[in-house]
Design a protein around this ligand. Structure first.
Ligand code: MG
Length: 381
């Protein structure tokens, strides 16, 4: 099944993308259907240094860059970059599906992309959408969170990052002994400049008791939120319903004043729906690259007046540009100022040609627009 033709799919695509994307009417010329040119390039890019995740050490980033050219010569870009451990999707399967679609296609049928490939769907959606139409109301810049190393090494970095202008700091916890890390928390807080805040990310490492100890301690401290204190299950693992692990997170969120953020619990669209349905009172960490129907997820979050932190999935400049466009278009519903972006990850790759904007206290929209997907594409040839 290549799923690339059919009147219904064409109509669906037209309805979905005529407003913001490549105009499907360009596909018609003198009564003849002129096709899109769909190309892709796979990549396997070594990180500058190994990335430690909850699922082990990650050394090489794999993904696919998608290039879509319409009949008028307009080019759109997308990146399918699944994160190991966040879902079942593989780059191998994505490349297989793309190769099945062929180079000359009549239309881009997002609904024909298998539900198990949200990253590929996102890549194709992004290639269709191009850049946002109306940018006048968007903020010129957004704050970025500084990443601190795990453990004691964080102490030396806080003054350096403060000096650079960062006011939000993210520290990985659950890496060493909890009692040692709790002592370090006080040392870290003492180093924070006036008005600064600390995000803690446990990557699901704590059990209930440890999480409770931390949340008690955080209550009186400048902690913006605690990210994924306990283990996550995803919609696909629990048939779309809440599990007892999810109930634990809900219980913690209801018992302590420091907000809890869901990260690993949100692998994609189904999870956003599930947690909104459960009335999640905390923060949603959205990695746009992992959401097959990103626009749909964001509409749901907006309706629920949810608080969102946009975060990198360690993608190249192509995916980062698309992800950051979504971040700039978002409005925090209740906060007086936007939450800092989780995009302070570059330089990320051994070959800097693939990097998005370098980590800095503020990310400027004009720098996002200046990112050049074609340069990434050419560097892969
Ligand atoms: Mg996280």
């Amino acid at each position: 099944m290549n799923g690339i033709s059919g009147r219904a799919i064409w109509a669906n695509y037209f309805l979905k993308h005529v407003a913001s994307g490549i105009d499907p009417r360009n596909g018609w010329l003198n009564g003849l259907r002129v096709r899109f040119l769909l190309q892709y390039r796979r990549y396997a890019l070594p990180f500058r240094g190994p990335v430690r995740t909850a699922h082990g050490v990650w050394t090489v980033r794999e993904g696919v860059i998608v290039r879509l050219e319409d009949a008028s010569g307009r080019v759109g870009w997308g990146e399918a970059a699944p994160v190991p451990g966040f879902g079942p999707e593989t780059v191998e399967e994505e490349a297989g599906f793309l190769s099945g679609m062929g180079e000359r296609i009549e239309t881009v049928a997002l609904d024909a992309v298998p539900p198990a490939m949200p990253c590929l769907r996102r890549a194709l959606g992004s290639a269709c959408a191009g850049s946002a139409a109306d940018k006048t109301a968007l903020p010129p810049h957004l704050p970025v969170a500084a990443l601190l190393p795990a453990g004691k090494a964080a102490l030396a970095m806080v003054p350096v990052r403060s000096e650079a202008g960062f006011r939000t700091f993210k520290w990985k916890v659950g890496v060493g002994d909890a009692a040692d890390e709790l002592v370090l928390l006080d040392d870290l807080c003492a180093l924070l400049p006036e008005g600064a805040r600390l995000r803690l990310d446990a990557n699901g490492a704590w059990d209930r008791r440890t999480a409770e100890r931390w949340l008690e301690r955080c209550a009186e401290r400048p902690v913006e939120f605690v990210e994924q204190p306990c283990f996550a299950l995803r919609a696909s693992q629990v048939g779309g319903r809440l599990s007892k692990e999810d109930d634990l997170l809900l219980g913690l969120a209801g018992s302590f004043p420091t907000p809890i953020a869901l990260d690993e619990s949100l692998a994609g669209d189904g999870d956003v729906e599930r947690w909104i349905g459960a009335g999640w009172p905390g923060v949603f960490v959205v990695k746009p690259t992992l959401h097959g129907d990103l626009a749909g997820s964001l509409v749901q979050l907006e309706k629920a007046k949810a608080s969102v932190v946009f975060s990198s999935a360690l993608e190249t400049a192509v995916g980062m540009q698309a992800a950051l466009r979504a971040a700039f278009a978002w409005r925090e519903p209740t906060a007086t100022k936007p939450r800092a972006l989780g995009f302070g990850v570059a330089p990320l790759f051994a070959d800097s040609r693939f990097d998005g904007p370098l980590a800095a206290p503020f990310l400027y929209r004009e720098d996002v627009e200046r990112l050049n997907p074609e340069a990434v594409w050419n560097a892969l040839s």
